[in-house]
Ligand binder design. Structure first.
Ligand SMILES: Nc1nc2c(ncn2[C@@H]2O[C@H](COP(=O)(O)OP(=O)(O)OP(=O)(O)O)[C@@H](O)[C@H]2O)c(=O)[nH]1
Length: 358
């Protein structure tokens, strides 16, 4: 039976307004019918939840499901330290619970890897761990007026487990198995989702405009590392490069490995100077990787202003042209596409027909 056939059958128990049809007049039959409808409602929620194809949408769907099924006054996800880099933008933004008193509950939950429920003044906080590979990576936080009943807790736990299972499948699909960064498959939807929320801002210190920056980089002469020290050692260098990315870039930045020694970053809004600064810092940090055995690891970087862009693939083409320019002109540097256009080094041409990125 497919998901859509389940959904069709479940909906047939409701009238056109989405309300339950009338119950049977016999009390036993009516009770059985009520139980049946409750199960159908749960099944419906599971079908909706697992109908999502993006981690962010999946999270939002879980928040909505819990809101609709339980008497919660607020529901939110809180990211906790994890080996897998979870960009903040993957988390549902609505229903955020920014109060500092919640942190304690979140920390207890992530430390103990189990549900925590506490009364705070006039409300009850329930925190549930969401685990990937046995480690709590997010905490689902529910604020309610009343303490939850056993039935509500088992419903909540069930939804969280469905989400967790599906999240694990999606992570397998959208993350790179070597580094844990997002993979090329995740690029288009992740970048599009972030750019859709683009609100332009200005740097308070300098008054300069802040933009998203799409950056692509490639380790210089990586083949030589493989050829000299072996493929496994090359893998270790790639892993260390990815760890340096996680260390240097912000939680809001999206980090991808496209394959081989090619990495992509969507930098959250900042001025061009700040973007250049963080990229330089990154270059300095990777130069120190395994410098006991290896010559300094260098990389060439091409970037493009991504704010206002509607097509993530076009951005990739432009950033790649800037990277290519650096590779052709001595490697190890940073070039922004806009500067290359301003300097007359290249023209704003369309290359869609020539370049196949996906
Ligand atoms: N260790 C390792 N090597 C890989 C992996 N995927 C691709 N490679 C190798 O990475 C190398 C990529 O080299 P290129 O980027 O084409 O060239 P390069 O030597 O880095 O030279 P430039 O980019 O021109 O500076 C090739 O030798 C690939 O075989 C991987 O997952 N692990």
């Amino acid at each position: 039976m497919t998901a859509s056939s389940v959904q069709g059958r479940v909906h047939s128990q409701y009238n056109d307004a989405g309300e339950p049809n009338g119950l049977a007049s016999n009390p036993v039959e009516a009770a059985a019918e009520m139980v049946g409808r409750a199960s159908e409602a749960v099944l419906n929620s599971v079908v909706q939840l697992t109908g999502k194809r993006q981690i962010r949408a999946l999270g939002e769907s879980l928040v909505d499901t819990i809101h609709n099924s339980l008497d919660a006054t607020a529901v939110a996800f809180v990211a906790v330290n994890s080996p897998i880099h979870f960009p903040a933008c993957m988390l549902p933004k609505k229903n955020a619970l920014p109060e500092s008193s919640l942190l304690d509950c979140v920390q207890k939950c992530s430390r103990q890897n189990q549900m925590v429920s506490e009364r705070h003044d006039d409300s009850v906080l329930t925190a549930l761990p969401i685990m990937v590979n046995g480690i709590t990576v997010k905490v689902l936080l529910i604020k309610s007026i009343m303490e939850m009943s056993e039935h509500q807790i088992s419903l909540l736990t069930g939804f969280a487990r469905v989400y967790e299972n599906f999240l694990n499948v999606m992570l397998d699909m959208e993350t790179d198995s070597l580094t844990g960064l997002l993979n090329k498959k995740a690029y288009y939807s992740q970048v599009l989702a972030v750019l859709e929320d683009d609100d332009s801002a200005v740097c308070e210190e300098s008054g300069d405009p802040k933009f998203f920056w799409l950056v692509i980089f490639d380790v210089d002469k990586f083949k030589k590392i493989n050829d000299t020290f072996g493929h496994l050692y090359g893998d270790e260098i790639l892993l260390l490069v990815a760890n340096t990315m996680i260390k240097v870039f912000d939680d809001e930045d999206l980090l991808f490995r496209f394959g081989g020694d090619e990495f992509v970053v969507l930098l959250s809004p900042r001025t061009k100077e700040k973007a250049r600064e963080v990229l330089k810092q990154f270059q300095q940090e990777i130069a120190c990787i395994r410098n006991d055995k290896l010559w300094p690891v260098r990389c060439s970087i091409g970037g493009v202003n991504a704010s206002g862009a509607e097509n993530p693939t076009d951005l990739l083409v432009q950033a790649d042209r800037a990277l290519y320019y650096v590779k052709e002109n001595g490697r190890g540097k940073i070039a922004f596409y806009c500067d290359l256009l301003d300097d007359g080094v290249m023209t704003n041409e369309h290359f869609e027909d020539d370049i196949e990125l996906f």
